[in-house]
Ligand binder design. Structure first.
Ligand code: CTP
Length: 394
């Protein structure tokens, strides 16, 4: 999959730059056409000559040395840019659109996918400024590989270690295999917990974080799908997809219906409230000493309704269960006429609502597939794999 790909390898100033030499060598063995761009700080760790020898092209360290407009020309046919290692400083510049060296100018001029493999001390990675910059870049569709937990150059152990060249190569290979798998497909994904209004400032909610749905949106977008993410406002960053903010189950219902006829698939990962308050108050309810009675009436089951009216759309649901995980999820699979359902045990300790991890079972009419504990992003890729298989068979 990597053969003949035009890849720009950006190297910034970290001790992990030595790993970039190995990465360049493996990319070259995979018959890619790589051009290497280094920041000035990177040249303090590894010489440009090492990369020139491996890539067969002069390593770019200065925008103006070759007398042409390198940053525009070099990007013209690039299939992707991978920055490995990416320092906190380079990440900050990219987040803010700064082009003060060859690498950052090239990224500014490029239209191709950008991958970033960060490498830094744990405190620098966890610094709020770095995390805000990462979130901003993710929101623009930039894909991060790592960093990983391990021994750091400063002698500490923690998160900040650059992903190994093998992992980066596998990630790029998977990316190119999947890149156009869902091209021209429109996928609606719902995420987070809906909110039911009690009065002008209060609502009934639930503890869904939305992380699973956002991970699904990122995974579907990485396959070339056109994604509409429907979710309540949250601090999560939508990964460069169309975001429709809704609060109540009724609003979510309407937003899903608006896109349904044109959609190829709907993934309902939202925790939709089953009831709404019938006796809402338009101002703030004042307290008194009497009991306050809220009358709850059932909401429409969005997925069940889609299941009744679906034509060729693939429908995927989630089942949050406290007991009898498999049999309860199977009942929902049938009742809602789904292609498959992802069953979650809400009592699981290691994963769950606010966690970045999840342990799930994928259930279809002819299969029960228990999965190990993994990150929500990894689970999202498996779900999108299953979805792609169904779409490509229809
Ligand atoms: N769902 C929906 N509309 C609702 C309630 C749920 O579309 N009003 C969807 C959810 O997004 C999920 C699936 O149906 O994909 C199952 O939701 P879940 O809360 O697990 O089950 P319910 O059908 O609501 O049943 P119960 O709460 O009794 O388990």
């Amino acid at each position: 999959m990597l053969r003949n790909k035009q890849i720009i390898l950006g190297v910034s100033g970290s001790i992990a730059a030595y790993k970039a030499v190995d990465l360049a060598s493996r990319l070259s063995q995979a018959k890619t056409n790589i051009k290497v761009v280094m920041t000035k700080a990177a040249t303090a760790f590894v010489t440009p000559l090492s990369f020139s020898a491996i890539s067969g092209h002069t390593t770019v360290t200065d925008l103006f040395s070759s007398g042409d407009i390198t940053h525009i020309n070099i990007t013209a046919h690039a299939d992707c840019i991978i920055i490995a290692p990416a320092t906190a400083n380079t990440i900050a510049k990219l987040a803010n659109g700064i082009g003060d060296n060859a690498l950052t100018s090239i990224v500014l001029a490029a239209k191709c996918p950008l991958f970033i493999a960060p490498a830094m001390n744990e405190r620098m990675w966890l610094n709020k400024a770095t995390q805000a910059n990462v979130a901003l870049l993710r929101g623009r569709g930039v894909l991060f590989i790592g960093p990983r937990i391990g021994a750091l150059a400063c002698g500490d152990t923690g998160i900040g270690r650059m992903a190994e060249p093998d992992e980066i190569i596998n990630y790029l290979r998977d990316f190119f295999i999947r890149q156009n798998q869902l091209a021209n497909k429109h996928i609606i994904i719902t995420a987070g917990g809906t909110e039911e209004i009690i009065d002008s400032i209060r609502f009934i909610g639930n503890r869904s974080s939305g992380k699973m749905g956002y991970a699904l949106a990122e995974a579907a977008k990485a396959r070339g799908a056109e994604v509409t993410l429907i979710a309540p406002p949250s601090e999560l960053t939508a990964p460069g997809v169309r975001l429709v903010n809704v609060r109540t189950a009724a609003d979510m219902h309407q937003a899903v219906l608006e896109g349904f006829a044109e959609a190829d698939a709907v993934i309902m990962s939202a925790a939709v409230s089953d009831y709404h308050v019938a006796n809402t108050c338009s101002s703030k309810i004042k307290k008194n000493n009497k009991p306050l009675i809220l009358r709850l009436e059932p909401n429409v089951d969005i997925l069940e309704e889609l299941g009744k009216s679906k034509e060729s759309q693939v429908l995927i649901g989630f089942a949050a269960e406290a007991d009898d995980l498999i049999s309860n999820a199977q009942k929902k699979l049938v009742a809602k006429n789904l292609d498959f359902i992802i069953a979650n045990d809400i009592n699981q300790r290691a994963g769950g609502f606010a966690s970045n991890n999840n342990q799930a079972v994928i259930i279809s009419n002819n299969d029960i597939e228990p999965l190990p504990l993994m990150t929500k992003r990894e689970l999202a890729d498996i779900i999108i794999d299953r979805l792609s298989a169904i779409i490509s068979n229809t």
